[in-house]
Write a protein that binds this ligand. Structure first.
Ligand code: LFR
Length: 490
């Protein structure tokens, strides 16, 4: 069999990459063709995605992939929830706005005045978090209704990129589910919510499954770049959906963290879990590949570290992530904790300052040095993982023997070790390029090269390195967990 060469574009909140996956019938191997930073732009008080620059990077990736020997097909995944609005002629009405923009601050209280929280959860199964598309659109309907009136079409970011490349106008299932406007039981838009929120129904596209062919690369684009017109597939357009495809678990029952800017921690289910307990714990039921369900929680993740590092850079200190890890390790354990999901940490800014404020406010030791701040972040993240792990066990009714961590965050060995210590179970890390590998695997399944998800996971497990961590200092972590639970209630 001739090797298949599959091109994956994977856009994270802080960087993007084009990765060429080669499949020889047994093993997938990766070649990074292009990597670029993703730099949101703040202008006149609004935080935008630099979307045309990102599209430009896709073009660069296509050219480089051709020069590297060519490719048979293309797929795109990105972060969730954000979208572009288009006019009748297919022009973007404005630059897509970043989910961290302030337009959704306080919006959920307004939302619940119109539709009770319980009703929204029952109809969508999605956690309440300000960044959700439902909140962004509700804010537009309240504050900029004229923009929504002018909109002819709404395309979520990966679907928008597919549209740029092929002209196809669909909404891919895994991405649609992140809006909090899709009903996981019907697999269609939760139309009963739309009118009451002033969100127009007709701007939404029909929902298609990951693995659907969107069409071929447009002729004018191929001519411009000198590339062949190969098919573009809708993959699990939501990066977390792609990442979880590549969890190299053997059985059906496992807990994972997709670790990057966010830590997305959960398990995979056949049916959504929508009940009082899941609502109380604010668990989400995101759509997965093959219409399975990712029962998970968003934990703030490496954002806390990335933002802290940006602040230290602004202050003139050039420190690598490895330096920061070393500095953290040299500090005294368990001095102070933060709730990683504290609202003020959500927005860009002086993260070490915000962490110190939090510690002051909760009557704890205030971390001074970089190492102390970092130690506080690492331990707090691990303890939040533990809390979520236990809540998942409680929700699904059975214990989990290990935790898989995939994604860029697994490069950070200290966090993986702390996760094992805090959860008291073995942690298996890898693959690092989980999202791109999931993207590539869905394309290979769409082409009929890999039979199904189970088969894909086997191939991934044997193609990419995994590392194991055993729990250490479990008693000390158990004690710390009690203090952590007290502190984050304050
Ligand atoms: C991870 C992620 C999360 C989503 C957040 C915002 O990159 O896609 O799953 O909740 O970003 O879109």
């Amino acid at each position: 069999m001739a090797n298949k060469r599959v091109l994956a574009f994977d856009f994270g909140a802080s960087s993007g990459r084009a990765i060429l996956g080669t499949f020889d019938g047994k093993t997938i191997s990766l070649q990074e063709i292009h990597r670029f930073s993703n730099d949101p732009v703040s202008l006149n008080g609004t935080l935008y995605w630099d979307i045309l620059r990102l599209y430009h990077e896709i073009k660069q990736g296509l050219i480089k992939a051709k020069l590297a020997g060519g490719f048979d097909c293309v797929g795109i995944d990105t972060w969730g929830v954000d979208f572009g609005l288009f006019d009748e002629e297919g022009r973007l009405l404005e630059n897509p706005i970043h989910y961290r923009d302030a337009r959704t601050e306080g919006i959920m209280e307004e939302l619940f005045k119109v539709i009770p929280k319980e009703e929204i959860y029952e109809n969508t199964g999605i956690q309440f978090i300000a960044l959700n598309t439902i909140n962004q659109l509700f804010s537009l309907s309240k504050n900029r209704p004229e923009l929504l009136k002018r909109a002819h079409k709404l395309l979520l970011v990966p679907d928008m990129m597919v549209y740029f490349l092929t002209g196809a106008e669909h909404s891919e299932y895994t991405m649609a589910s992140t809006t909090q406007l899709m009903n996981p039981n019907t697999g269609d838009w939760a139309y009963s919510l739309f009118d009451r929120l002033g969100i127009p129904k007709d701007i939404f596209c029909d929902i298609v499954d990951a693995g659907t062919c969107a069409g071929n690369l447009k002729d004018d684009l191929c001519k411009e770049l000198g590339i062949p017109s190969v098919p573009v597939y809708y993959v699990a357009g939501h990066d977390t959906g792609s990442a979880v495809v590549s969890v190299p678990a053997e059985g059906d029952d496992f807990v994972y963290i997709s670790s990057g800017t966010w830590s997305l921690m959960g398990t995979e289910c056949e049916k959504p879990v929508i009940n009082e307990k899941s609502l109380q714990n604010n668990f989400t039921n995101e759509g997965g590949y093959g219409r399975n369900v990712r029962l998970l929680k968003n934990i703030m993740g490496l954002w806390l570290i990335q933002e802290s590092r940006r602040q230290w850079q602004r202050e003139g200190f050039e420190v690598s992530f490895a330096d920061l890890e070393r500095e953290a390790l040299a500090c005294k354990p368990f001095q102070c904790f933060v709730d990683p999901d504290y609202e003020a940490f959500n927005t860009p800014g002086d993260m070490p300052g915000k962490i110190r404020d939090y510690c002051r406010m909760t009557g704890q030791y205030v971390p001074e040095s970089r190492g102390e701040v970092m130690r506080c972040i690492y331990e707090s993240l691990a303890l939040k993982y533990r809390m979520t792990f236990k809540a998942l066990e409680d929700l699904t009714g059975h214990p989990y023997p290990c935790l898989h961590i995939v994604g860029g965050g697994t490069k950070d060995g200290l966090l993986s070790q702390f996760a094992s210590n805090a959860c008291g179970v073995e942690v298996i890390t890898g693959p690092i390029e989980a999202t791109a590998i999931g993207n590539i695997s869905v394309q290979l399944m769409a082409m009929g090269e890999i039979a199904n998800l189970k088969e894909a996971r086997k191939i991934i497990a044997s193609s990419f390195e995994q590392k194991k961590y055993q729990p250490k200092d479990v008693d000390a972590w158990n004690e710390a967990a009690k203090r952590f639970a007290e502190i984050i209630k304050r």
